[in-house]
Unconditional design. Structure first.
Lengths: 279, 195
């Protein structure tokens, strides 16, 4: 077993996260054969225990807890407080008419107060091995680390498109252009026989901008690639799904029938939004 | 129409009852995470309030049967990145090669790990360990809190951080090594460890 792999397996072993029995057996025999890793294992286990036992857990101040309850209840009671009043309206014609009016007004209020349909927070958390967004993040990291490489280098969008066609990508691809980023090249991956298009840009200050694009038909039925239904609906309405972590920023957007997952280590403020206008 | 409205109101009451049962019990955990991420109680108070209001607003999107605590952490992490991280000046940086070298030195000078463990466990105070965790770079601090303190699985952490499980594992490995080295250096300076 390679040294780097063993070290990470130590971590997974401590956390009971080696799920593959073969891998677990191999690792356990490696532990017996190689006493040098004993220190690594024990120091890491000990650090985990130390953190768990000695980390001071603060209790949330009662005042903050009360404020949260109050704000939640305020929002809830805006509609709930009309309940007894409405129940009394169920008798009498005039009252029925009044109640209809109240309902009409309530519906108007609900329409105006409902969340923005293009608000990111409505989207469920993306998960699963074949989730396009997670695959895009994974590929971006692989490009950065060098474990995934460009198969074709060109700064010409037409050449990149031709490359995709030659490599068996069977949907029209979009190679957006922007003054902020410079085309570097492309790669094609194979998912159960289906070819998917990936291309990369770089910036003047050495940042990377990665695009993974898939035609919308691949998300239908028993798809080999997926996104949650609410996210697909959101993209179909023209929304940009933005997410970020400490290392990169990503945007999902549908353009001309393709879903594009764009991941970059550029600051979010410098994101080249003019690429959305590309045809 | 009235029965329809009543059923909507009943649904909302039920949603609130579910929210109270599922989300409210995790307030302390979320508050601790907020404190460690923002570094001060004022921002932590704002962050946790914002997180809970958002989570109540979108509680109907929460998939029942999945881990509500992980879902709340996920909302808090996104809120933190979108709101508070923009205000921070320079992120904490660590030279991992230095950490590796220092770790190898400790390794060669301590053959008896149980002795070292006892010295550190007996002498290090709770607030010294808490402070060391708080001083880690955000990425490393987050995985230590979510895994070692809050007990989330790698899969749950991967969802919270929106990254592959392999990244969680390697980040955790590095985080623990940095934390161990920090605590060792501290204990050594204080004379807790016999070299």
């Amino acid at each position: 077993m390679k040294k780097g792999k063993i070290k990470e397996l130590i971590t997974a072993y401590i956390d009971n996260e080696i799920k593959d029995q073969d891998e677990l057996c191999k690792f356990q025999s490696e532990l017996q054969k190689n006493p040098e890793i004993d220190f690594d294992l024990k120091s890491e286990l000990f650090t985990k225990n130390l953190a768990r036992e000695k980390f001071i857990r603060n209790k949330i101040p009662t005042s903050v807890q009360d404020q949260i309850h109050k704000k939640i209840l305020d929002g809830k009671n805006k509609t709930a407080s009309v309940n007894p009043f409405l129940r009394n309206l169920e008798s009498g014609t005039f009252i029925k008419f009044s109640s209809a009016l109240v309902i009409f007004l309530a519906l108007i209020l609900l329409l105006f107060n409902r969340p923005d349909p293009l608000d990111n927070y409505e989207i469920s958390v993306q998960s699963g091995n074949n989730n396009m967004l997670l695959l895009a993040h994974n590929n971006f990291e692989k490009f950065i680390s060098g474990s995934m490489q460009l198969q074709f280098m060109s700064n010409n969008p037409n050449e990149i498109k031709q490359f995709f066609v030659l490599k068996g990508v069977d949907y029209n691809t979009l190679i957006p252009i922007s003054d902020k980023i410079h085309l570097a090249g492309a790669a094609v991956t194979d998912h159960n026989g289906v070819k998917f298009a990936h291309h990369l840009y770089h910036t003047n200050d050495g940042k990377v901008f990665y695009v993974f694009q898939v035609h919308e038909r691949f998300f239908e039925g028993d798809s080999i690639i997926r996104l949650s239904t609410d996210l697909l609906n959101y993209l179909n309405k023209g929304g940009n799904y933005k997410s970020s972590n400490n290392e990169y920023y990503s945007v999902l957007r549908k353009i001309n029938g393709n879903v594009l997952a764009m991941v970059t280590d550029m600051p979010a403020a410098n994101f080249p939004e003019d690429i959305y206008n590309s045809k | 129409m009235l029965p329809l409205l009543f059923s909507k109101l009943d649904e909302q009451q039920q949603l609130y009852a579910d929210f109270e049962a599922e989300a409210i019990p995790h307030m302390d955990s979320l508050y601790n995470f907020a404190l460690k991420m923002t570094g001060n109680s004022d921002d932590a108070n704002d962050l946790i309030q914002e997180t809970y209001l958002k989570s109540f607003r979108f509680f109907d999107k929460f998939e029942k049967g999945t881990n509500c605590k992980a879902w709340l952490f996920s909302i808090m992490k996104n809120t933190f990145i979108n709101t508070y991280r923009k205000q921070k000046r320079e992120p904490v940086k660590v030279d991992y090669d230095d950490i590796e070298n220092f770790f190898e030195n400790i390794k060669s000078s301590h053959t008896n790990t149980s002795h070292l463990e006892k010295e550190l466990m007996d002498h290090l105070l709770d607030d010294e360990v808490t402070e060391a965790i708080g001083s880690l770079p955000d990425d490393f601090k987050t995985v230590i809190i979510l895994c070692d303190i809050e007990g989330l699985t790698y899969e749950e952490i991967a969802v919270v951080l929106d990254c592959p499980i392999g990244t969680v594992r390697s980040r955790l490995h590095r985080a623990r090594k940095i934390l161990f080295t920090k605590l060792y250096k501290y204990a050594s300076d204080k004379g807790y460890v016999k070299k």
